[in-house]
Design a protein. Structure first.
Length: 533
């Protein structure tokens, strides 16, 4: 169990502290996303990484590679971290993430050449992959079902805070020594050691996931943690509500263990021997929602903010503070999402976000074209382009950013939640690596048309969400197995199946009951066929 300090505080206080301190891991990843825009604006960093000369980037492909290799590390880290988390616990996996993050960030701060820089970015990515996989799983398993979305949203508030802090630090240090020395890029990178160092020391003071403990047959510890987190009191007697939740978790975990004979990391994408749990379908949803998010345009705005704003015709000085202000704007969006997500639902948030992001990208692209075609009026058109980039950030941060991280942590069983979420993080890593590699090339070759490509993709997403992504809001994590028990991958069929199962079985619903119901339906169908003949 580790240190027991959490026992001395109320349940809400423990949850608040868990979100605050585990949020340092999400801050670390967000900061890593935002910091590279400022780092690769430094003439000294450009010289050391050999991506240009005289402070100007001339090799956009190599520039993209320096940014995207981080996500190769994140891909390795998320898969590795997911397996460790399901086997050894959430806290151990979080600590290992901080370990790799500390090593990678320290090496990156001291980088002396391109290869050193690349290797350090790769190692830092491994740490980030661990953290962005395991931390949301841990938080979602500790939170009550009716506030789970809000809890994870507040956790991911740290992501945009990290991005914004990175941009403001980059803007501030650009004035040190005229922006010419190594301090301009080494200090911003080294600053990111602070959150992972703090998290590595504090993780041991918090409780383990009760769902993981139940899976390990450590029922007494799990029940004690559930009672603490669900009751704002020092009561020693287990309340009926906690007893019911504890019993539901035990039943579902036992059922998952019995019905999924193959839950290895490599078998899950194919749904091999997962039976009615349909792991393959869930993996596809988790992976694809992250790919959709990255190709909506956010990587271009966050990681290549200076490049994007250059399309609007701004000077280098103004680009620095406008980029920082834009990402600060995103913090307000994430807080708004925390207030709405459990009330409105995951699907509606994605619908609204897609339409808002699409409109913002189309209009921003139009203004960017006017800047290019009418340079004599570039100030006015540049302001118009920037306003809609700010609106894009607002729509994205208040919808897609949160939902795409919450949804994968909800749809997988306890026994494979961290492994399952690995595929969401893999989608994030692949999507980020892909877009960060091609974004500078796209802006260089097709300029403002890049905005219109992102806008068009955002218009396609609502159809995919409507067809394949069932609602998870206000449902317990244990309900998800029954939601995905349907033979059909379409969301409306899954909802019908779940409603039917609850109507027939009520509180006695288990995976065994689902199996029996499907077998009975199959036999009835066979009888109908024989009778017809």
């Amino acid at each position: 169990m580790g240190l027991q300090s959490w026992k001395n505080f109320s349940g809400p206080t423990v949850l608040l502290c868990i979100n605050a301190f585990s949020g340092l891991g999400i801050f670390y990843e967000g900061y890593n996303q935002g910091v590279m825009g400022g780092v690769l604006s430094s003439p000294d960093a450009i010289r050391i990484t050999d991506i240009g000369k005289d402070g100007v980037i001339t090799n956009s492909t190599k520039d993209g590679g320096l940014v995207s290799i981080y996500y190769l590390g994140a891909l390795v880290g998320c898969l590795w971290g997911g397996s460790i988390s399901d086997k050894h616990g959430r806290k151990i996996a979080v600590f290992l993430g901080t370990f790799w993050g500390i090593i990678g960030t320290a090496l990156l701060t001291a980088a002396q050449n391109t290869n050193w820089f690349l290797c350090a970015r790769l190692i830092a990515g491994v740490g980030a992959g661990h953290l962005i996989n395991v931390v949301p799983c841990w938080a979602s398993e500790l939170a009550p079902s009716h506030t789970r979305g809000k809890s994870v949203c507040l956790l991911f508030l740290a992501n945009y805070i990290g991005i914004a802090v990175a941009y403001w630090i980059a803007f501030g240090v650009s004035y040190v020594n005229g922006g010419q020395g190594g301090f301009r890029w080494r200090f911003p990178i080294g600053f990111n050691l602070i959150p992972v160092l703090i998290l590595s020391l504090t993780i041991w003071f918090f409780p383990e996931s009760p769902r993981w403990l139940i899976k390990q047959d450590r029922h007494e510890e799990a029940l004690e943690i559930l009672q603490k987190l669900r009751e704002d009191s020092a009561k020693r007697d287990v309340t009926p509500q906690v007893a019911a939740e504890f019993g539901e978790i035990r039943r579902v975990i036992a059922s998952e263990t019995q019905h999924a004979t193959r839950d290895s990391l490599w078998a899950m994408p194919f749904g091999y021997q997962s039976g009615k749990l349909h792991y393959g379908r869930r993996v596809a949803l988790a992976f694809c929602i992250q790919i959709m998010m990255e190709w909506g345009g956010i990587t271009a705005v966050v990681m290549y903010g200076p490049t994007v704003l250059a399309q609007a015709g701004w000077s280098a000085h103004k680009i620095g503070w406008i980029s920082a202000l834009n990402n600060t704007f995103g913090i307000a969006g994430t807080y708004l999402c925390a207030l709405l997500i459990d009330r409105v639902g995951r699907r509606m948030m994605l619908y609204v976000g897609s339409i808002g992001c699409a409109a913002s990208m189309f209009i921003a692209g139009g203004f960017a074209k006017l800047v290019q075609d009418h340079p004599e009026n570039k100030t006015g058109y540049g302001i118009g382009c920037t306003v809609f980039l700010f609106l894009f950030t607002a729509f994205f941060s208040s919808t897609w950013l949160m939902v795409t991280w919450i949804y994968p942590t909800e749809i997988f069983p306890t026994s494979t939640r961290a492994k399952g979420n690995s595929f969401a993080v893999a989608g994030f890593a692949i999507g980020c690596a892909w877009t960060t590699l091609v974004n500078p090339i796209m802006f260089q070759r097709i300029t403002y048309n890049t905005f219109w490509i992102f806008g068009s993709l955002n218009l396609i997403y609502p159809v995919l969400i409507w067809a394949f992504y069932p609602e998870t809001a206000k449902r317990t994590l244990e309900t998800m197995d029954f939601l995905f028990a349907s033979r059909s991958p379409f969301a409306w069929e899954e909802e019908k199946e779940l409603e039917k199962l609850y109507t027939v079985f009520g509180d006695k619903l288990t995976m065994e009951a689902v199996e029996d119901d499907h077998h009975r339906a199959a036999k009835e169908k066979d009888v109908e066929v024989v009778s017809a003949e």
